[in-house]
Design a protein around this ligand. Structure first.
Ligand SMILES: Cc1ncc(COP(=O)(O)O)c(C=O)c1O
Length: 383
């Protein structure tokens, strides 16, 4: 019913993803936005908002907070008091505010690696010590190394940054894993900041996203959950996100840390978010089916390529984490750029030897990229 196949020309729109390779024949499959149009209902709602013609300072308009509260109850069985919500113009902003709000300069922040790069920069920006805890990656399945995590806790550890569903390794963490995390956090009295921006993008039908804050009332009290419709509904440029912070003292610290330096959300962001959560479930379901098709086409193509590339099962997100270590190619990003495909270097995520491929694009574009990759690998490595 919805169209994910049309190739929309994003050149000349200031697209970060496409402008990186302006004037070059390189298909961009790096930064995490999709090349699909947003749901028609969102586009219609934005059009209506534009027609109103007045774009002054805007607080959350009627229905926006309700739409979030309803979505969290409907999709995750999470009962959220509207007072717990703090609107934000971006998730990365939320990560940075969190790091400033929790503990003091010199305290330590734990982050599980590999991970989305702002998980490294946010603690540093805030004068906190960054402590990286490597995940366990075996046979392309990534799990939390709980022993290592426990061992990494010191007297100065205050905060754990969690990405779930996980960018880049594609895991949707199971309830028992989150329960163990909650235990460790409780034992060390850590705040857990759960970046759950990809929660609407669970691809594996056997999996369900479990918000960390729903593990127990105790975990809720130590949680800051960061959410946005931006990944699921492809609204990243509209800058509309929010934090859910059940603990009143923690929320107060968060509000204080952001005071005066974080701008308001713009009116289009609110309009898009409200409509996305209320009216676009059918679009989301079709998107998931389409992304599953892309993921499967990608996995099959990798199996048939020379070079013995393998990828982690993508339980959630539209990002594939591809192990290049057996190809013998030391610099995979320039290698694939030369072939006409723009990927992201695993080193940015603290995952050397890997690349990240964004498959949130029309199937024909993905197929073209895979054909280019296959040709380049065939010329370079033996099967
Ligand atoms: C895990 C994660 N958090 C945050 C973001 C970005 O959020 P925002 O654009 O709202 O700052 C991304 C985008 O790729 C992401 O993957």
């Amino acid at each position: 019913m919805f169209d994910f196949d049309s190739v929309i020309d994003r050149r000349g729109t200031g697209s970060e993803k496409w402008d990186k390779y302006r004037g070059r024949d390189i298909l961009p499959m790096w930064v995490a936005d999709m090349d699909f149009r947003s749901p028609p209902a969102v586009i219609a709602a934005l059009r209506e908002r534009v027609e109103h013609g007045v774009f002054g300072y805007t607080d959350s308009p009627p229905g926006a907070t309700d739409a979030v509260v309803e979505m969290l109850a409907r999709d995750y069985g999470w009962t959220v008091d509207p007072a717990w919500l703090v609107w934000l113009p971006g998730l990365v902003c939320g990560l940075n505010v969190t790091c400033r709000a929790v503990g003091e300069p010199g305290d330590e922040v734990l982050t599980l690696v590999p991970v989305y790069p702002p998980f490294f920069s946010a603690p540093r920006n805030s004068g906190r010590g960054l402590v990286r805890v490597p995940m366990h990656g075996e046979d392309n399945r990534w799990t939390i190394d709980f022993d290592r995590l426990k061992a990494a806790v010191t007297a100065r550890t205050r905060l754990l940054l969690l990405c779930n569903p996980h960018n880049p390794v594609g895991r949707v963490f199971d309830r028992p894993e989150l329960e163990r995390l909650a235990e460790i956090a409780a034992a060390a009295d850590l705040v857990v900041c759960a970046d759950e921006i990809h929660c609407g993008l669970v691809l594996d039908p056997r999996k369900r996203h479990v918000p960390f804050a729903t593990i127990s009332s105790e975990s809720a009290q130590r949680s800051i959950t960061l959410l946005s419709p931006s990944k699921t509904f492809n609204l990243a440029g509209l800058g509309c996100s929010f934090a859910v912070i059940p603990s009143e003292p923690l929320r107060r610290r968060f509000l204080q840390a952001k005071a005066g330096i974080v701008p308001m959300v713009n009116p289009f962001g609110y309009t898009a978010a409200r409509t996305a959560y209320r009216e676009c479930e059918d679009w989301r379901r079709e998107l998931i089916a389409y992304l599953c098709g892309n993921r499967d086409a990608l996995a099959e193509a990798l199996r048939e390529m020379p070079g013995r590339l393998t990828m982690a099962a993508v339980e959630g997100t539209y990002l594939a984490w591809i192990d290049m270590r057996r190809t013998g190619i030391d610099a995979p990003v320039p290698f694939f750029e030369e072939a006409g495909v723009g990927l992201q270097d695993g080193r940015e995520f603290d995952g050397p030897g890997f690349v990240r491929l964004n498959f949130g694009c029309p199937r024909s574009v993905l197929q073209e990229a895979l054909a280019r990759m296959r040709r380049a690998l065939s010329a370079r490595v033996r099967a």
